[in-house]
Design a protein around this ligand. Structure first.
Ligand code: A3P
Length: 354
């Protein structure tokens, strides 16, 4: 993809030697030398963003990304869940975890980990794990097959993940940019409110106009969103046995069919016996937004920056219509359309757009 290659080469050089054995010094180099030299965006709460490899990434996670690129040793059985934020990551984490670990944790079990822990506590982000050394020990302790997540763009994944001869399975979830924007804006407002509660200050204002302006300019976590999506879409076309591309809108329309896809792709297709017993349907039910929302841990638990309940809002397609004016939507649509021209990719439910 031409524009991605161009962007990556803009300012990727300092950190871009992922497989050199300089793991120990990587965090220090990154923190002290490389990160402060990258373009900075401070208008997009809650984190300052730095532009790296053509993408705007949260500054606090860049050392973790660098360490993951240098040190992550994927296993062929690993399942890496990738997403642009607010695109259904939490749902995919729950579905993938429940699917690949169904032998140890039958979805109907009252003691299922997803009934006790938030999906983000069942499946961690690679870049977060590598912020807390020794990451290898934490990863080695995960049950096999290991399910790990990332918001890293495809072009910034560790080379070992994308290597043709090795690597691991990658599952990407894509969402309509207008819904991702609205979800991100409302989530950000919740993180600001949570931070304000902690500090005892009034929450910082963050208007939709401000969020749209930044999003259209690609200046949001993982942005530009459409470049993030297209990078994985292209990888799924060139390496379909390694990269599965799912769409949030398709998953809402046919959750069971998509869970079957996930099971087959990860080498754990449902047996006839499981099909007859409705195991895929049970996984979908366990991971439905209503079921997860109502679990005690998701009503009252908390992640570092935000309450667990913030991860479960409406969970529908097209909610942007309730927030954006037609002019706002047309502006973003035009930017996305121009950026995607010639790529062969289009957003939306595949029953409408392919
Ligand atoms: P909305 O804000 O549009 O409701 P992420 O997990 O990447 O942060 O994405 C959050 C979005 O996924 C939110 O969208 C949230 O409601 C939705 N979501 C969370 N859990 C879901 C589930 N089990 N099923 C469907 N959507 C879910």
């Amino acid at each position: 993809m031409l524009y991605i290659c161009v962007c990556v080469q803009e300012e990727a050089a300092p950190m871009d030697e992922p497989n050199k054995p300089r793991h120990g010094s990587m965090d220090k180099d990154m923190a002290e030398l490389v990160i402060p030299s990258l373009p900075l965006e401070t208008r997009c709460p809650p984190f300052p963003l730095r532009q790296y490899g053509g993408f705007w990434m949260p500054e606090p996670f860049l050392p973790g990304m660098a360490a993951a690129r240098a040190g992550f040793e994927p296993r062929p059985s690993d399942v890496l869940l990738a997403s642009f934020p607010k695109s259904g990551t939490t749902w995919l984490k729950a579905l993938a975890f429940a699917t690949v670990h169904r032998a140890d944790h039958p979805p109907r079990s009252l003691d299922h980990p997803l009934r006790r822990r938030n999906p983000h506590d069942c499946v961690d982000f690679l870049e977060s794990v590598f912020l807390r050394p020794p990451a290898e020990d934490a990863l080695a302790a995960l049950p096999s097959p290991r399910v790990i997540a990332t918001h890293m763009p495809c072009s910034l994944l560790p080379e070992r993940v994308t290597a043709d001869d090795a690597g691991c399975k990658v599952v990407y979830i894509c969402r309509d940019p207008k819904d991702a924007l609205i979800s991100m804006w409302l989530f950000t407002k919740k993180t600001l409110a949570a931070a304000a509660m902690d500090d005892g200050n009034p929450p910082k204002q963050y208007t939709l106009e401000e969020a749209l302006e930044l999003f259209c300019d690609g200046r949001c976590v993982g942005g530009p969103q459409w470049h993030h999506v297209v990078g994985y879409w292209e990888a799924s076309r060139t390496r379909p046995e390694k990269v599965l591309f799912l769409r949030y809108e398709d998953m809402l329309r046919d959750p069971v069919g998509n869970v079957r896809k996930l099971a087959e792709f990860t080498g754990r297709a449902f047996s006839e016996k499981e099909e007859a017993a409705g195991v895929a349907e049970e996984i979908v039910e366990l991971c439905s937004i209503d079921a997860l929302k109502n679990m005690e841990v998701n009503k009252n638990g908390r992640q570092e920056y935000v309450n667990n309940e913030s991860f479960f809002r409406k969970g529908v397609a097209g909610d942007w219509e309730n927030h954006m004016t037609p002019a706002m939507a047309a502006r973003l649509d035009k930017i996305v359309e121009d950026a995607l021209r010639g790529s062969g990719f289009a957003f939306g439910d595949t029953s409408e757009s392919t």
